[in-house]
Design a protein around this ligand. Sequence first.
Ligand code: SF4
Ligand code: SF4
Length: 181
Amino acid sequence: MLKLIREVLKVGNATLPYPFEPIEQMPGFRGKPHHDPEMCIACAACAIACPPNALHITTDLDQGYQTWSLFMGRCIYCGRCEEVCPTGAITLSPDFELAVMNKQDLYEKADYKLAACRVCGTYFAPVKEIEYVTALLKQSDMSEETLKDTLTLLEICPECKRKNDVPKMVKLFQTEGSDAH
Ligand code: SF4
Ligand code: SF4
């Protein structure tokens, strides 16, 4: 018995005092995804990539907004959302604790306004996504003429582009725009 006690004292603590003290995470540890609603453009890339469908995008075409949501109860910490996010709005954090008193606390949501098509008025894409693409296009080395046409196209929904003579529409809008100035 004394030999065993001596051995135990020699080895010291073999376990961590968690949860009474926080656990230090190793570099590269994959914990709960952290979502920054300001950086998010509601592009839905993360929702498409998420293997267990923990991420969802729902669209309300009547009210004109899109809702991004994460249900932590389904997340497997795989990091696919972080890999595909174009803006860095979702990143895996060192936090891993999931215990909650209310299941609703495992949900995270954010709403984003949709832009209405310039032709038919139907809501079709998140305003923030259009602004993001506009900023990227402006940084590209496109000619001024092509940039103008492309930016006008961003204001038209896919259905109207399919149904109409797109170059004619673009020219018409640009003429209207310059007349208004
Ligand atoms: S870490 Fe994986 S499972 Fe969790 S939200 Fe991101 S993509 Fe989905
Ligand atoms: S991929 Fe990034 S920007 Fe796109 S919806 Fe997900 S969190 Fe938002």
